[in-house]
Design a protein around this ligand. Structure first.
Ligand SMILES: [Zn+2]
Length: 257
């Protein structure tokens, strides 16, 4: 299983970067990419808040949800600048979400401190397809056990392409002592904005949705799933300069909250 977004990423070539927008991470400011992404659709007016074309602004559907478990994203610097990134959807819905920028040479000090905080039970979300860390692999029952001990389960998701995620996993010494939780799911991706190598490759938001659901945060998972659908549909429609009307079922559910 690979849970990460495909490395076949047409959006990186076709979409405008959002440098200088309101999309900066909660932690330090990432360095801008060396070259700006090409500018298909750069004439389109985007919403300052959600970054989508105003035609299909996501903001009316931004519903907050509470979850017991938390999601901490370690985001590859290049991901921050892709408007198709779905990690930001998690933070939009679940306000406890933490976003860290990954740098190979400088581990984030705030993250390092949080990892030592005994209130949290952090799990690195990663496939168990290599033998050298098999002794660290746990199942979802470990998440429920942490909750039973009044600790806050934390899903640490490496937000990047598959290649970037593997590099982050291997090159981040501060993750070496943490349990590794592979996501086991039958879900097939519904993400339409990047071409997946396989239907089993879920995007970052979908990974969070399934983990939250399996960990018992079903309400938060359902809200995030609807919000993901609205983002996915709205973004795809915007590429065709098409406004979604009438609202989809997910839009109606979120608007009713
Ligand atoms: Zn908006």
């Amino acid at each position: 299983m690979s849970v990460f977004e495909s490395s076949v990423d047409k959006s990186a070539v076709n979409d405008r970067s959002v440098v200088g927008s309101g999309n900066s991470p909660a932690s330090e400011q990432p360095r801008p990419p060396r070259r700006e992404f090409k500018a298909r659709g750069s004439f389109v007016t985007r919403c300052d808040n959600c970054q989508l074309p105003v035609l299909n602004c996501l903001c009316p559907y931004q519903v907050k949800a509470e979850s017991h478990a938390q999601v901490w994203l370690i985001t590859h610097p290049i991901e921050h600048f892709k408007p198709t990134n779905t990690g930001r959807l998690i933070r939009d819905v679940i306000t406890s979400t933490q976003v860290f920028t990954w740098y190979r040479t400088a581990p984030d000090a705030r993250l390092a401190a949080l990892l030592k905080d005994p209130r949290y039970a952090p799990f690195v979300i990663f496939p168990d397809d290599q033998p050298d860390y098999v002794d660290r692999v746990v199942g979802i029952d470990a998440v429920h056990a942490a909750k039973a001990q009044a600790r806050i389960p934390v899903f640490i998701i490496l937000d990047g392409t598959w290649r970037q995620a593997r590099r982050m996993f291997r090159k981040s010494a501060y993750l070496d002592g943490l349990p590794v939780l592979p996501l086991r799911t039958e879900r097939e991706t519904r993400y339409r904005l990047r071409k997946p190598a396989s239907k089993a490759h879920l995007c970052t938001a979908e990974v969070a949705i399934e983990l939250l659901r399996q960990g018992g945060d079903t309400v938060a998972a359902d809200v995030l799933d609807d919000y993901f659908d609205v983002f996915n549909d709205s973004y795809a429609a915007s590429r065709l300069h098409h406004k979604i009307d009438p609202p989809t079922a997910a839009m109606r559910r979120l608007a009713a909250k």
